[in-house]
Design a protein around this ligand. Structure first.
Ligand SMILES: [Zn+2]
Length: 364
């Protein structure tokens, strides 16, 4: 039989192991940002794959959640964290947009809270099955190859951007491998939960006296970006309209409209911003940088566009190195992200939009 002291030691070791296990497994921090408002901020490093931040808005009787995660398994970890805060049920899950890193985990909320309703922009009904469906198919076909490329790069100690791999790239690739692998592992059981409460321009929710506004300011990161604004608490949950450290202006985005949409977000006034990816921000400094970036991308691309020229000819006239420096600094990894998530897709998207306008304007 164990002595009392020995059993206490064993209990303590067990408790500490369980706690550190929990701390080790969780790749997010839960930060209280207002009365009953908690931001779930991902800890994974910036790289090519993403997992969304989340927000819990806890009321007297229920909880409103902003955004799910890239898999139901990740979302279940977030729901466990919510249950440590409250046992109240989730009434609404607001998806800020239809990208999979914000929406695949909806299913975990539906399983845990069968009465939960899902709020999304009306364009989600079309964009999630059509563009999202095509993207998903591409990921399922190419995901394994992407993981293989990153694994080979780690193995050989070579950056995919060329040269010896840096610690930052190692951490980024390892995170990407984890995300893609968990996505592929779950993909055979994916169930896409579509919104059942649709927003066009605005939806106001009264959560037992707390006013929650779900606002559409125009197209930017996608065709249906929603901002969740808490006017009294002065908190804006921006989805991927704001992403730190490198913004996502390119693929499935509307870079010609992005600056105006961000200006409308800024017009809400000084507040705390919770971005789709990145840390909680207490002022508009980063938003201002993003407005300057989006404006530079729009104006320089428009100035460089000439009907009939190739995308390479157009790009040869666009220099965004000053902007890359602001968001990526001297980091090769972040520079590579900037090139692949801003420069290349945004210039291609803008050329596509201008091409359409030009063709439409030419009489046949
Ligand atoms: Zn995202």
């Amino acid at each position: 039989m164990l002595s009392k002291a020995a059993s206490i030691v064993i209990f303590l070791v067990g408790a500490i192991t369980a706690y550190s296990q929990l701390a080790k497994e969780r790749s997010f921090d839960v930060q209280k940002v207002g009365d009953g408002v908690y931001a779930v901020i991902r800890r994974e490093p910036a790289s090519f794959w993403f997992n969304a931040n989340n927000v819990f808005i806890v009321g007297k009787h229920d909880v409103i959640v902003v955004d799910a995660n890239i898999t139901a398994a990740y979302t279940k970890e977030v729901i466990d964290a919510l249950r440590e805060i409250t046992d109240k049920p989730v009434k609404y899950v607001i998806n800020t947009h239809w990208h999979e890193d914000h929406i695949i985990g909806n299913r975990a909320y539906r399983e845990a809270f069968p009465d939960a309703k899902f709020v999304g922009h009306r364009s989600t009904l079309k964009d999630l099955p059509e563009i999202g469906g095509a993207n998903r198919k591409g990921t399922l076909e190419n995901g394994r190859g992407f993981v293989g490329m990153l694994e080979a790069s780690l193995e050989k100690g070579e950056s995919i951007a060329g040269g010896a791999i840096t610690d930052e790239e190692r951490a980024g690739y390892a995170s990407d491998i984890k995300f893609v692998s968990s996505y592929l592992a779950e993909s055979s059981t994916f169930e896409i939960v579509m919104p059942d409460v649709l927003v066009d321009d605005r939806l106001t929710i009264d959560q037992d006296g707390r006013k929650i506004e779900v606002l559409f300011f125009g197209r930017a990161h996608t065709g249906g970006d929603l901002v969740v604004n808490l006017p009294k608490e002065k908190i804006a949950i921006t989805g991927d309209l704001m992403v730190y450290p490198v913004p996502l202006l390119g693929s499935t985005s509307y870079p010609l409209e992005y600056p105006a949409t961000l200006e409308r977000l800024k017009a809400l006034g000084g507040r705390t911003y919770i971005p789709g990816h990145g840390p909680v921000m207490k002022d508009a400094a980063f938003l201002d940088k993003m407005i300057a970036l989006a404006t530079a991308v729009r104006d320089r691309s428009k100035a460089a566009y000439k009907p009939g020229e190739t995308i390479e000819q157009m790009r040869s006239k666009i220099d965004l190195s000053d902007q890359q420096k602001i968001f990526a600094g001297d980091s090769r990894h972040k520079g590579f992200i900037f090139r692949n998530y801003v420069t290349l897709p945004a210039t291609a998207a803008i050329r596509g939009f201008l091409e359409k306008t030009h063709t439409a304007a030419v009489p046949n």
